[in-house]
Ligand binder design. Sequence first.
Ligand SMILES: *[C@@H]1O[C@H](CO)[C@@H](O)[C@H](O)[C@H]1NC(C)=O
Ligand SMILES: *[C@@H]1O[C@H](CO)[C@@H](O)[C@H](O)[C@H]1NC(C)=O
Ligand SMILES: *[C@@H]1O[C@H](CO)[C@@H](O)[C@H](O)[C@H]1NC(C)=O
Ligand SMILES: *[C@@H]1O[C@H](CO)[C@@H](O)[C@H](O)[C@H]1NC(C)=O
Ligand SMILES: *[C@@H]1O[C@H](CO)[C@@H](O)[C@H](O)[C@H]1NC(C)=O
Ligand SMILES: *[C@@H]1O[C@H](CO)[C@@H](O)[C@H](O)[C@H]1NC(C)=O
Ligand SMILES: *[C@@H]1O[C@H](CO)[C@@H](O)[C@H](O)[C@H]1NC(C)=O
Ligand SMILES: *[C@@H]1O[C@H](CO)[C@@H](O)[C@H](O)[C@H]1NC(C)=O
Length: 694
Amino acid sequence: MKLGSFSILVAAWIVSCVRASTTSTFSPARPPAIPLAVRSPYLSTWLDVGSDGGDGGYLAGEWPDFWSNQITGWAGMIRVDGQVYTWMGLPGTTTVTQLAFEYTSTRSVFIMNVGGMVQMNITFLSPITPDDMKRQSLVFSYLHVDVVSTDGNEHDVQLYADISAEWVSGDRTAVAQWDYGVTDDGVAYHRVYRQTQLLFSENTDQGEWGYWYWATDNRAGLTYQSGRDVDVRGSFSSNGLLGNSKDTKYRAISNDWPVFGFANDLGSVNSTTASALFSIGLTQDKAVQYERTSGVVSLPSLWTSYFSTELDALEFFHNDYSHAATLSTDFDSRVETDSLAAGGQDYLTITSLSARQALGATQLCGTQDEYYLFMKEISSDGNVNTVDVIFPAHPFFLYANPEFLKLLLDPLFEIQESGLYPNTWSMHDIGSRYPNATGHNNGDDEPMPLEECGDMLIMTLAYALKAQDTNFLKQHYTLLKQWTSYLVADALYPSNQISTDDFAGSLANQTNLALKGMIGIEAMAVIANLTGHTADAKNFTNIAHNYIAQWQVLGVAHDANPPHSTLAYGANDTHGLLYNLYADAELGLDLVPQSVYEMQSNFYQTVQLTYGVPLDTRHNYTKGDWEMFTAAVASKSTQQMFIHDLAVWIDQTPTNRAMTDLYNTVGGNYPEVTFVARPVVGGSFALLLLQEGL
Ligand SMILES: *[C@@H]1O[C@H](CO)[C@@H](O)[C@H](O)[C@H]1NC(C)=O
Ligand SMILES: *[C@@H]1O[C@H](CO)[C@@H](O)[C@H](O)[C@H]1NC(C)=O
Ligand SMILES: *[C@@H]1O[C@H](CO)[C@@H](O)[C@H](O)[C@H]1NC(C)=O
Ligand SMILES: *[C@@H]1O[C@H](CO)[C@@H](O)[C@H](O)[C@H]1NC(C)=O
Ligand SMILES: *[C@@H]1O[C@H](CO)[C@@H](O)[C@H](O)[C@H]1NC(C)=O
Ligand SMILES: *[C@@H]1O[C@H](CO)[C@@H](O)[C@H](O)[C@H]1NC(C)=O
Ligand SMILES: *[C@@H]1O[C@H](CO)[C@@H](O)[C@H](O)[C@H]1NC(C)=O
Ligand SMILES: *[C@@H]1O[C@H](CO)[C@@H](O)[C@H](O)[C@H]1NC(C)=O
């Protein structure tokens, strides 16, 4: 049937009515942005949601985008008995009707009703396989589509999906090149890349080098085409198939927008499910620059150790779907069972949204003999393996696989133990801009000495206890002791400095920061004991206990009603989240008396605003990661308050980019500073880790 203009008008009217009267369900919540393909700093595509317009969260009708906001064109259309509907992006005007959206730790699933004839289940799976480095090393993600007839009739169905060249560079004037092929094992792929490769460079945070693969099964009924967006999509809309043709006019990304399409003729679809599987991913032979004493070296992506060619990697990934899906379901189930037991459904709403985001800021690099996990401090400044970003995220990594935490810490130890960093305190990061882990030979990194020394000591012990790796402590004893000396000098009366919450400004005598330093000293006492340095253990535990006794006088407003810790010593009318208390419980130190835990638990309930408790008295904004650290060591009712507020915020926030960790507790929007997609959301696993124990 040909659509006349009247039918088009009617169809458009029906769509708007449907959209207005039928809203999709969102389960367990409608998050600020939906992760679609999120696996590394450069494979990070989302569907922005927000709730400002009241209409976010629909896969059809809006373009997916990279975390830093530029579109990564990804389009889907379906043709049912000759009628064309858009199911992803904005390639056409008539959209499917979204019935439901659901997320787990590894999946985002959309259920679509297509004209009352067929139903589509669309699954975006970004696998998390923590115990399987081979699979985890691949920077690839799946899109799986099921189609089934729902009205008792058979329907003639063709399914279309494409990507645009926007995936290959943040510079829309950059020239893209591409080709098409089929592997020996029958994987059909478009390969798209920046014609001029700019190794280790970024533009608008997209990687400017490497090769993008967009693939599907090469089977009967598959057609492909590269070319101008309107031509390729138009060919599908009119004919339900593509020309098996390749546009050879390589050109700028924005010049007649080249797209790379696949059309699957699913034939006659009845009540038996018909499916199509797509893979999207990035291969970069060389992934990061890394500073060694011998100079700066290029480290390969770890997948190059397992696969001799890019096509082998692609083929393995694509054909591995059912296995990767099973492993991902295992991870989903583990997070679900543990989260429900620890904090209920609201808690699962938070943890399951955080998992892909936390891991998605990292990439495994090196060789099988010697590999590392590199992390990008996404959106705040792009630093590499920032200590005070790994710290808030570390509960996720320890929970997923303790080795991940070691792999994040190893480069920090290596660079500092090689004498490549001049300061006596811990460095802030190993490079100002991902993917260049080229160190700070001048010691000119962002100075957060107390914060980073405390973080390193706490995380090192946490890893060693969880992995039962005492050797790790022996190996790094000298440097750990050096950092402890810094803490002994500075933790009781912290000098005027910034904490990890640098956006809030610097301050002397920060109560929460001092606490971290003292816990760090006690952590060192345990480390000393575990490595046979009993005299050190005695010395450091004495100091830590002496300090903590003074801290309870200096840092607490005892006369307040109710009493509480202060933001800074003596400032009795101030308060803040005492999130560093978490490490005392995590490490089982018992340094801080239970009365402090109880005092704080009782206090937080009195300063709750709409979406949580402010970070401190200077502002009304808060940090979701620190709220989750705080909640983990609070009484059950205070814990539930924090968890509930954050889960409600996730569902209601007007912010509309990959989940921010910094938000206003009143109104739920961004404060002056906009954080996006930062890995620190891994801090939501704090309670899970505490329940599981080290
Ligand atoms: C599609 O999703 C619906 C709703 O979750 C479910 O009942 C159905 O089994 C799914 N179909 C397939 C083929 O997975
Ligand atoms: C990394 O360093 C190289 C020089 O080695 C430079 O060309 C590139 O722009 C840097 N990348 C970033 C993201 O700053
Ligand atoms: C549905 O279609 C499949 C695949 O074409 C076919 O094998 C099956 O017999 C059909 N089932 C019914 C109930 O017609
Ligand atoms: C205890 O440690 C501090 C800081 O490293 C050091 O200055 C002091 O000499 C040590 N005391 C003993 C008795 O070892
Ligand atoms: C820190 O607090 C102590 C004790 O109240 C005080 O003597 C000192 O002046 C404070 N330091 C700064 C830099 O304000
Ligand atoms: C170190 O070991 C000794 C002897 O077992 C013990 O008494 C002490 O409490 C330990 N110290 C710490 C900080 O664990
Ligand atoms: C803060 O309160 C403590 C007791 O809770 C008191 O000793 C101290 O003098 C107060 N500080 C100020 C500046 O009022
Ligand atoms: C926090 O929000 C409350 C309620 O809207 C307002 O009265 C107060 O001034 C705000 N505080 C700050 C520090 O912005």
